[in-house]
Design a protein around this ligand. Structure first.
Ligand SMILES: NC(=O)c1ccc[n+]([C@@H]2O[C@H](COP(=O)([O-])OP(=O)(O)OC[C@H]3O[C@@H](n4cnc5c(N)ncnc54)[C@H](O)[C@@H]3O)[C@@H](O)[C@H]2O)c1
Length: 298
């Protein structure tokens, strides 16, 4: 098998599914790894749906969709992944210890030429790479949700990331038709830093009773032409992930990133967003938003 066509994605949540689809649909063999069997099952269903929608909309043929699905494999551990993979992308839960453990395991499983990328939204690439024997091969490849629609990949260079790894990461991004930008590591990079601030401020406005969730979202869509309001976006991103990012940015960049207490309450109540069927708004079994549903702080 060709390493340049072989990818391992670790973490089959919201992002892992999208990243696995992006590679499988562009001719790569993909092994998707997750510790939770349920996540792998949901991932396959989501990927099947994205491929079926592509066929229905005339973006790809049924044969191409079937071939993409045949290139996708699932596993509960890295031991079943092909050793010669050219790229491993970890996109597991946004916690430093989880990411470092995956980097350690990936290094023991794959050869020295394998690029080890992390899709962290905000954490330090340098710190994630610090547990590696060869930290030069560790890099940030930050994708956006939903991956099949969002064109950008932020390529994030840690202190030890080699120029060769940066070049390879940009090639991988080109290979799936994305636009890459290069960022020197800083908390939240260029994107999460802005998006976390905006979403947090919207949540403070909701908590203060400035306007309803619907009106806050409508204001950003209509006044600034954002494709989505910040509260809708938080439901899509997942408030648990958003909270982890804010906590890290608060710790590293200061007070302006202090997480709004309403986000903490949402996460405590299991309102993680679309992925749990309830966030600021509520969603039916098909993921369709239920009108007039959701959190009313007042
Ligand atoms: N949600 C977004 O919009 C978004 C956007 C860009 C980047 N990210 C980043 O992507 C990463 C994943 O986010 P998500 O939204 O997909 O989270 P998620 O909660 O939907 O999925 C995380 C998955 O990781 C799995 N996991 C945890 N530990 C694991 C391990 N040791 N090995 C294998 N799998 C493991 C979990 O079972 C879960 O299925 C995070 O670092 C997040 O910051 C998220």
């Amino acid at each position: 098998m060709n390493p340049e066509k072989t990818v391992v994605v670790v973490g089959a949540g919201l992002m892992g599914r999208g990243i696995a689809h992006a590679f499988a649909a562009t001719g790569h063999t993909v092994t998707l790894v997750d510790t939770q069997a349920q996540a792998l099952e949901r991932a396959r269903q989501t990927i099947e749906k994205i491929l079926a929608d592509g066929v229905r909309l005339g973006k790809s043929s049924q044969d191409d969709a079937s071939a993409a699905l045949a290139r996708l494999h699932s596993s509960s551990g890295l031991d079943a992944a092909p050793e010669h993979a050219g790229l491993v992308i970890e996109t597991a839960t946004e916690k430093m210890d989880i990411k470092q453990a995956i980097v350690r395991e990936a290094e023991s499983r794959f050869g020295d030429d394998t690029v080890i990328a992390t899709n962290t939204s905000a954490l330090s690439i340098t710190e994630i790479a610090s547990v590696a024997r060869l930290p030069g091969r560790v890099i940030g490849m930050h994708f956006f949700n939903p991956v099949h629609k969002m064109k950008l990949v932020e390529i994030v260079r840690g202190l030890e990331t080699s120029a060769q790894t940066v070049a390879k990461a940009r090639q991988w991004s080109d290979a799936i038709g994305k636009t890459s930008i290069e960022v020197n590591e800083a908390p939240g990079f260029t994107t999460s830093r802005i998006s976390a601030l905006l979403g947090n401020e919207a949540m403070y406005m909701l908590a203060e009773g400035v306007a309803s969730a619907e009106d806050i979202d409508t204001s950003l869509r209509m006044a600034f032409n954002h494709p989505m309001g910040p509260l809708e976006l938080g439901d899509l991103t997942g408030w648990d992930t958003r909270l982890s990012v804010l906590q890290y940015l608060h710790q590293t960049l200061g007070e302006k990133f202090r997480p709004c207490p309403l986000i903490i309450k949402l996460v405590k109540s299991g309102r993680h967003g679309r992925k749990t069927g309830r966030g600021i708004y509520e969603y039916d079994d098909k993921g369709v938003r239920i009108p007039n549903s959701g959190v009313r702080p007042f």
